[in-house]
Design a protein. Sequence first.
Length: 131
Amino acid sequence: MNFTPQESRILIFLVATLLLGSAVSLYRHHRPHAAPELVERSPEIISGPRAAESVADSTAESQGLVGEKLNINTATSKQLQSLPGIGPQLAERIVAHRQAHGLFSTTHHITEVRGIGEKTFQRIRDSIVAQ
């Protein structure tokens, strides 16, 4: 087939766009998940009667806990497994979903994770928060 110069340029542009789009898609699918930013709070900065309480709160928060509830936005896979009906594979899916799509804005958004339906959500909803 013989193409005109303009058709050849358009064809090259379309092929290049297709290849670039495929490369971006592969990169997004196979890139290593970025580690969450770690914020270190220094107890020396906090003073007064709430100093010990603030340090305890920050420690609990970094461990994925808020009060008696598990923060699904910061909890590790192992911590998520402490929830009823959440095993190792489902916990990994929650962490992977969080890394791929960002933090959960509400606890109900955890149902977007494959394998967590309404029944599972009803079992864990009183044990979780999304902060």
